[in-house]
Design a protein around this ligand. Structure first.
Ligand code: TYD
Ligand code: MG
Length: 432
């Protein structure tokens, strides 16, 4: 056996044959530590596995665990696969602990369920469960941040379903670095994964991310786990979306919609109806659009406010819509509709804390701005959607039929889209 020295970055595990001051991968300074790698010179014995036909593979026919919270089961691909590891991420305060408590309570009706929380005491969890009227006998919780004790608890409690809140506060005694460091997070996840796979226990790991998704921990985990689910929305608004970013056992195109209420998270079965609740009909700067998330269409209100800027450099801000896209739309309006927006502050808000990421929302945002600037309301029975091109043309968007159908179902008769108009200049004439 021969040993060879190499250097490993403590932050990102980048390996270099020489010591270097700054890591070329994660750009941290002074993060390299020496390590010895043993190289065996004896010939290795190679085992060859027999390839199997895909049609007889047993793994495809796994029974799934249903929570009967449809919005959750659907995005998981019709329930949770036994032995799977799911990472649930989201900003602090978005409702991860609440959602997992509700899921755990449902599963506890048929399986022994254990919540391992390093963030909250058992008393706090119990108080929340009581407030949400969740009281399954088989639902248990412990306050633990040591990995080895947590794994032992899973074994001794004979848990059949486990939630770990959160992976950032769990740490192992075998790893030197502090809780939340990449080494800890990766090691702990690997250990939990091993237990999950060998004992066939499904586990949900909670991971915090910041607004920019910047906290490195959960990002590192994404390729380790089977399923990654993001809980999105604005913590100060009522609606939340659950989205699968990766799913080894189902499609990634579904979203689940929830509403945060005094009694925890409620499923939103008819999003259009709830998103439009309380809207002021025919208000200036307000426009209804129809978006598609996953396979579901829903109506949502886009609001714009344009007002003369007191400063030389006008402000553009947006909530729920991409800011760069907004800047482009403003430029298109100036150039192709001849609206003088140069001295206007422009603000966009998508009502309810919903994020619109599809280009199909372009036309609605543009029309809302024009409505506010021209002080002319859009007819209250109109639904507007379409992608706007840089030459002021309206482009076709996907699933137009579904969008039209949903609009009609909700009683909106005037549909303004690329089906009716080819240019934004002609579409804008509806404001006259
Ligand atoms: P929580 O699940 O603790 O968020 P996370 O685990 O993602 O950090 O929920 C946080 C917020 O949700 C908190 O600010 C209060 C609010 N909330 C409600 O509005 N209603 C409820 O029934 C519950 C349990 C929480
Ligand atoms: Mg929490």
């Amino acid at each position: 056996m021969k040993t060879k020295t190499s250097y490993e970055c403590e932050k990102c595990q980048y390996i270099s044959p020489k010591w270097i001051g700054k890591c070329p991968s994660c750009e941290n300074w002074n993060s390299f530590k020496e390590q010895d790698v043993k190289i065996s010179k004896t010939p290795r014995k190679i085992e060859v596995k027999e390839a199997q036909s895909l049609s007889i593979s047993e793994t495809t026919k796994q029974e799934r665990i249903k929570t009967n919270i449809e919005e959750f089961d659907r995005i998981m691909g019709n329930g949770i696969v036994p032995g799977s590891l799911t990472l649930l991420t989201g900003e602090p305060g978005i409702g991860k602990s609440t959602l997992t408590l509700q899921i755990a309570n449902r599963i506890a009706a048929s399986k022994k369920t254990l919540i391992i929380s390093g963030e909250e005491s058992v008393g706090q969890i119990a108080a929340r469960a009581q407030r949400l009227k969740l009281n399954e006998k088989n639902l248990k919780a412990i306050n633990e941040f040591n990995l080895e004790s947590a794994l032992e608890s899973i074994r001794s409690e004979k848990a059949e379903f486990v939630i770990i809140d959160s992976i950032q506060v769990i740490s192992s005694m075998d790893i030197q670095s502090s809780a939340g460091s990449i080494n800890q997070i990766r090691y702990c996840t690997e250990q939990i994964m091993e237990l999950a796979k060998t004992k066939n226990i499904p586990v949900i790991l909670i991971g915090h991310v910041t607004k920019e998704g910047s906290l490195a921990g959960p990002r590192v985990l994404e390729h380790l786990v089977d399923t990654v689910v993001h809980f999105e929305g604005d913590r100060f608004q009522q609606f939340r979306m659950l989205r699968a970013a990766k799913n080894r056992f189902g499609s990634c195109s579904e979203v689940g919609i929830f509403e945060m209420t005094g009694e925890g998270l409620k499923e939103v079965k008819n999003p259009s109806e709830q998103f439009l609740e309380g809207r002021k009909k025919g208000a200036i700067g307000s426009c209804i659009t129809v978006a598609i998330e996953g396979t579901r269409p829903f109506l949502v209100e886009v609001q714009a406010l344009s007002s003369v800027s007191p400063f030389g450099y006008p402000k553009r801000a947006s909530n729920g819509f991409d800011l760069n896209r907004l800047q482009i739309l403003v430029a298109v309006l100036e150039k192709h509709a001849k609206l003088n927006l140069q001295n206007q502050d422009i603000f966009i808000n998508i009502v309810g804390g919903i994020k619109l990421s599809e280009p199909a929302a372009d036309l609605a945002v543009l029309m809302a701005i024009a409505s506010s600037f021209l002080k002319k309301p859009i007819h209250e029975n109109s639904v507007i959607f379409g992608e706007v091109g840089l030459s002021g043309e309206l482009r076709k968007v996907s699933h137009s039929d579904k969008r039209n159908k949903e609009s009609q179902k909700m009683g909106f008769e005037k549909i303004i889209s690329s089906g009716q108009f080819k240019e934004i200049s002609t579409a804008l004439q509806i404001l006259n």
